[in-house]
Design a protein around this ligand. Structure first.
Ligand code: FES
Ligand SMILES: [Fe+2]
Length: 451
């Protein structure tokens, strides 16, 4: 019975073998392990680091940090994007210290060496004074592999890496027909968290915590009765693990027990969403499950006329259900019909017990419709992308749900320091957690999945 409720129209990914990793606490606290991870994994994977729309014109650049590195992504005159390590090849001064800008040349603040947007050295003072000859025409910025996909700029520090398409595997297929590259950013808070980056990714790789952390479930709670707008029952959730180390979880949405009151009336925000799509909440009294298919059909029928031109490219399920992806190693994203929740954790430059956490939203911009980007985000202006907002943890809210997750992260990091913690005891629905830890070890051992 339960099986029949699982999505069947979406193709499954191949089965993966798990080895039973116990994921000891030292993985989250040890400097030695962090160094192995950096050398073996971070410097070998494709990393989602920039956004094409941030650098539309030749000479526009964006600079992003990952661990100890600072990476400069620069729009070229031919429309492409190149990535360089943000370091002057004269004596090692970082070239830029802001997050973005636009240049004709990058002029180093130490001795005025000037590099063109393509990385070539164009000027050095006293060029005739160098015993090895004029550095111009010889010296260039150190370039990394760089590709673009879904509107993002991806970089890889490994010169021998596979293509981004090979690395992304089924993600590429799932996303390439979507219009994700046109979606704009409507929330962009970033903060440093006092926990290892994997604490964050572990959490976004399972939904087992959702009833307890986000729905006030107690041991005595009937878990079928705390579904909210999303069905969190693992038996009715699709889990897929890819060869490449990426994961997908599909949860049925658009209805839920929590979406009705005692008399069976549909509650907010589902009631408003139904009305927005010309459906009467009264018609679904006592039958919240019925809203899912009705919403899918209404969006299919009315969406294109309201400016949702991309609706023709997406399956019915995506109109209501949560498509939650985790991309190896550090990017978690819930892709909806009209927006995606962007969650990324980057390693701290020196401390394994801290990470940089981004909690952003991107959304489509249909002409002539004013549906909120997300119920988590509240109403936002749809015409302009919001600027990046960096703050100290706790200084501002990241939204109720993410604040609840963060409270767990901070406490969990402390648990990982205990000599009394012997490692995990995982449920099947937490297989995605185990899988990416096993893959980190594979990378450290030099066993890259695509080779
Ligand atoms: S370090 Fe950049 S010009 Fe000297
Ligand atoms: Fe959560």
């Amino acid at each position: 019975m339960a099986e029949s409720l699982i999505n069947t129209e979406i193709e499954s990914w191949p089965e993966q073998e798990l080895r039973g990793h116990r994921i000891p606490g030292s993985r989250y606290t040890s400097r030695e392990f962090a160094e192995q991870e950096w050398e073996g994994m971070w410097t070998k994977v494709w990393l989602l680091l920039g956004r094409e729309s941030e650098i539309p014109n030749p000479g526009d650049w964006q600079c992003e940090e990952v661990g100890p590195e600072s990476i400069l992504m620069v729009r070229q005159t031919d429309g492409g994007v190149k990535a360089f390590y943000n370091v002057c090849q004269h004596r090692g001064q970082p070239l830029v210290s802001d997050e973005k800008g636009s240049v004709k040349r990058f002029v180093c603040r130490y001795h005025s060496w000037a590099f063109m947007p393509d990385g070539s050295l164009n000027f050095a003072p006293d060029a005739d004074d160098f015993p090895e000859g004029n550095p111009c025409g010889k010296v260039t910025l150190e370039e990394l592999r760089c590709e673009t996909f879904a509107g993002f700029v991806w970089v890889n520090m490994d010169p021998d890496c596979v293509t981004l398409q090979e690395f992304l595997g089924p993600i590429w297929d799932d996303w390439q027909s979507r219009d994700l590259h046109t979606w704009k950013r409507y929330a962009a808070p970033t903060t440093t968290l006092p926990c290892n980056w994997k604490v964050v990714l572990d959490n976004f790789n399972e939904s087992y915590h959702v009833p307890t952390v986000h729905m006030a479930a107690k041991p005595s709670t009937n878990r079928r009765k705390v579904q909210g707008a999303i069905n969190t029952n693992y038996k009715e959730t699709r889990f897929d693990l890819s060869n490449e180390g990426h994961n997908r979880m599909i949860m049925r949405g658009g209805y839920g027990v929590g979406a009705t009151d005692k008399e069976g009336n549909i509650q907010e925000p589902l009631a408003s969403e139904l009305k927005h799509w010309e459906l009467d909440p009264e018609d679904f009294k006592g039958n919240p499950e019925g809203t899912r298919e009705a919403l899918q059909q209404a969006k299919r029928r009315l969406g294109p006329g309201r400016g949702y031109s991309h609706y023709s490219k997406i399956p019915d399920e995506q109109f209501t259900d949560a498509f939650h992806y985790t991309l190896f190693p550090n990017f978690a994203v819930s892709v909806w019909a009209d927006g995606f929740h962007f969650l990324r954790a980057r390693p701290h430059p020196t401390d394994p017990e801290q990470c940089i956490f981004d909690n952003w939203w991107y959304a489509s911009q249909p002409e002539g419709d004013n549906l909120p980007v997300s119920t988590m985000l509240g109403p936002v202006e749809r015409d302009a992308e919001v600027p990046h907002d960096v703050f100290e943890v706790g200084e501002k809210s990241m939204g109720k749900t993410i604040d609840e997750d963060i409270a767990v992260f901070v406490r969990q990091q402390k648990g990982f320091r205990s000599r009394g913690y012997k490692g995990v005891y995982l449920a099947n629905q937490e297989n995605r957690v185990r899988r990416y830890h096993e893959l980190i070890d594979d990378y450290i051992d030099g066993k890259l999945p695509q080779r």
